[in-house]
Design a protein around this ligand. Structure first.
Ligand SMILES: NC(=O)c1ccc[n+]([C@@H]2O[C@H](COP(=O)([O-])OP(=O)(O)OC[C@H]3O[C@@H](n4cnc5c(N)ncnc54)[C@H](OP(=O)(O)O)[C@@H]3O)[C@@H](O)[C@H]2O)c1
Length: 319
C-alpha cells in the first residue's frame, strides 16, 4: 500500500510517499481502509522531533512509528482477536496511528461509528481538534450570556471552539487574521477582531489561547477578576520542553496567587469524547470546516501550509 513515511527527524523533505506492507490488526485492533485523514500540528511535531523532550515518547534518534497520520475516517476491513462492537464494513472515525496511508490499524476503543449524514472528510477532520475543544470548553464552565475570547479562532481547534461555545449561548469574540474573519463570523462569533490591527478588548469571562504568543500577564489583563484563562497551544520556540509546556508550568504556579483561574489543557484521546463529538456532528451543532483536501502525495505541502497559518479551519488527506 502507499503511505507517508518518515525514517529520520527533520523538515518536510523527510516525509516520503512510498510503498510499505499493509499492517495487520493485533488483539483489540481493526484494520481500516482509510477514506480520509485529518492534518494537525501534532504531525509536524512528530516530523520535526520537537520539542526534544517529546522524543522520549516518539523515539530518541528516529521516530519509532514510520508511517505518519493520526486522525482518521474509514471502513473496517478486518477485525483482530477480541474486538467486540465493530464488524467488517462499519464506517468509523477516530484515531489510528499511521492514517496517512491507504490502510491503517486502529485500537477498536478509539473509534466510533461515523454518522450517516457526516462525510468522511468532515469526520476525519474532527478527532484531535474536537476533543481538545471539548476539554477546553469543560475547563471554563461558561454559562449562557457570558463572554469568551478565542485567540486563534480561524484554525483547527479555534473553528470548533467557536461553534461549540456559540451553541451553548456564550457570546464569542474570535481573534484571527483578516483572511479568516468571514469564516469565524459564519461559525457563530458575535465579534471578530483582526489581532494584528485591533486591541483584543477586556472583561472576558474566559480567554482561550491557541496562539501562545502572549505572556500570562497580558492574557490575564483581558479577563474579569474571576475569569478563566484556558491555555491550549502555541508554536513558539521552546526547543527542549516546548513554549506551551513551560507556560503551563508557570500558570499552575500563578494559580496559587490570583482569583483568576489559569487552566492549561492537555487533551488525551478517549472514546467518551469521540462519542460526544459524533453526537454533535450528527446534530449539526458542530460542522468542522474542511477548507481543502490533498492527495496522499500532497501531505508535506498540507502540513507546510498548515504550519504557515494558511489553513482556514482544517486540511484533510484523501488517499
Ligand atoms: N493542549 C492540547 O492538548 C493540544 C492539543 C492539540 C493541539 N494543541 C496545540 O494547539 C495549537 C492550535 O492548534 P490548531 O490545530 O488549532 O492549529 P492551527 O489549525 O494551525 O491554528 C492555529 C491558529 O492560530 C492563529 N494564530 C497564529 N498566530 C496568532 C496570533 N498571534 N494571534 C492570534 N491567532 C494566531 C493562526 O492563524 P491566523 O494568524 O491567520 O489567525 C491559526 O489559525 C497548536 O499549537 C497545537 O499544537 C494543543
Amino acid at each position: 500500500m502507499k503511505a507517508i513515511t518518515q525514517h529520520r527527524y527533520g523538515s518536510y523533505e523527510v516525509l516520503h510517499h512510498e510503498e510499505v506492507p499493509r499492517p495487520a490488526p493485533g488483539p483489540g485492533q481493526v484494520l481500516l481502509r482509510v477514506a480520509a485523514a485529518g492534518v494537525d500540528p501534532g504531525q509536524w511535531h512528530l516530523m520535526a522531533g520537537l520539542p526534544l523532550a517529546a522524543r522520549l515518547a516518539f523515539g530518541p534518534s528516529r521516530p519509532r512509528a514510520v508511517v505518519r497520520g493520526r486522525d482518521v475516517a474509514g471502513t473496517v476491513v478486518e477485525t483482530g482477536p477480541g474486538v467486540t462492537g465493530l464488524t467488517e464494513g462499519d464506517e468509523v472515525f477516530g484515531v489510528a496511528d499511521g492514517s496517512f496511508a491507504e490502510y491503517a490499524v486502529a485500537k477498536a476503543g478509539l473509534l466510533v461509528q461515523r454518522p450517516a449524514n457526516v462525510p468522511a472528510t468532515v469526520a476525519a477532520a474532527t478527532p484531535t481538534s474536537g476533543y481538545t475543544a471539548l476539554r477546553a470548553v469543560a475547563k471554563a464552565a461558561l454559562t449562557p450570556g457570558q463572554r469568551a475570547l478565542v485567540i486563534g479562532a480561524g484554525g483547527g481547534i479555534g473553528t470548533m471552539l467557536v461553534q461549540i461555545l456559540a451553541a451553548r449561548g456564550v457570546s464569542v469574540t474570535g481573534a484571527c487574521s483578516a483572511s479568516k474573519a468571514a469564516l469565524v463570523r459564519s461559525l457563530g462569533a458575535a465579534t471578530v477582531i483582526d489581532y494584528r490591527v485591533t486591541p483584543l478588548g477586556t472583561g472576558y469571562d474566559a480567554v482561550f489561547d491557541l496562539a501562545g504568543l502572549r505572556g500570562l500577564p497580558s492574557l490575564r489583563k483581558l479577563l474579569t477578576p474571576r475569569g478563566t484563562l484556558v491555555l491550549i497551544g502555541g508554536e513558539d520556540s521552546g526547543r527542549w520542553l516546548g513554549g506551551a509546556t513551560t507556560r503551563s508550568l508557570r500558570a499552575n504556579l500563578v494559580n496559587l496567587f490570583t482569583t483568576q483561574r489559569l487552566r492549561p489543557v492537555l487533551a488525551l484521546e478517549n472514546r467518551a469524547d469521540l462519542a460526544e463529538l459524533a453526537a454533535l456532528l450528527e446534530a449539526g451543532t458542530l460542522t468542522p470546516r474542511v477548507e481543502r483536501t490533498f492527495p496522499l502525495a500532497g501531505t508535506a505541502e498540507a502540513l507546510r501550509r498548515l504550519m504557515e497559518g494558511q489553513a482556514q479551519g482544517k486540511y484533510v488527506i484523501t488517499p
